[in-house]
Write a new protein. Structure first.
Length: 247
């Protein structure tokens, strides 16, 4: 369809003061009213573009996590994140609204990745020992990511502008960890596999040891965290097992 025919179908009206110009250069010109230019962001309308948007958001979360971990929450700015990603700062605000919201999203994404890894590892077995071993193994497989999460959590906790919803997001990791370990230990006791212990006390011990390994490696980069975590797993499971009955 020609421009003229399309214009006619739309019944485009040419203003009187422009008619002489149209007559002079021919009818194949369609005059459009002037519109004020403005910055816009296109909202994805297809599965493909939605996937691309998710990819951008995921990349922003990962870069933000890296920056918050290598520096700290207070000093990192949206401009820093923009420079590191090559993404315009206005687009970062479009996706997340604020640095605080991006930080919160990065924390939530890291927690989700840790438990996704746990779910994958825990498929190997469902005994109480298997579940405890799987959670401990996550801290070897995802060590770097969990170390970053621990560091930004500590940095954030040291700021003077803590927010309840961010504290809750960080706490969620420890609450879920405690639930996983505590449930496995209680099941082991119920089945007669483990000795009588305080499940929450043992869960806290495991969690505290793992946190200690994360931070020790920050202070001493050559520290063999894999060996340390593996030794702790052996010691914990040996301590939990009910002694064999003498014949």
């Amino acid at each position: 369809m020609s421009t003229v025919k399309a214009a006619r179908m739309r019944k485009t009206t040419v203003q009187p003061e422009a008619q002489e110009y149209v007559d002079a250069i021919g009818e194949d010109v369609v005059l459009k009213p002037k519109r004020k230019l403005r910055k816009t962001v296109t909202v994805p309308t297809t599965d493909e573009t939605q996937g691309e948007s998710k990819g951008v958001a995921d990349a922003l979360r990962q870069i933000a996590l890296d920056l918050f971990a290598s520096q700290n929450y207070s000093t990192v700015t949206v401009k820093d994140i923009s420079s590191s990603t090559g993404v315009n700062a206005s687009l970062i605000y479009y996706y997340f609204g604020s640095k605080e919201a991006l930080f919160l999203s990065a924390v939530n994404a890291a927690v989700e990745r840790a438990f996704e890894q746990f779910n994958a590892v825990s498929q190997r077995g469902d005994s109480p020992e298997d579940i405890i071993s799987a959670w401990i193994e996550v801290h070897i497989v995802q060590f770097i990511m969990l170390q970053k999460l621990a560091k930004i959590s500590l940095d954030y906790a040291c700021t003077s502008s803590r927010k309840a919803h961010i504290d809750k997001a960080i706490r969620k990791f420890y609450d879920k960890e405690s639930a996983v370990l505590g449930r496995a230990i209680r099941q082991g006791i119920t089945r007669g596999i483990f000795r009588e212990v305080d499940p929450m006390e043992m869960a806290t011990f495991i969690s505290t040891f793992l946190d200690g390994v994360l931070f020790r490696n920050v202070m001493f980069p050559t520290f063999d965290y894999t060996a340390a975590i593996g030794s702790m797993r052996s010691i914990v499971l040996e301590h939990l097992r009910r002694p064999a009955m003498a014949v």
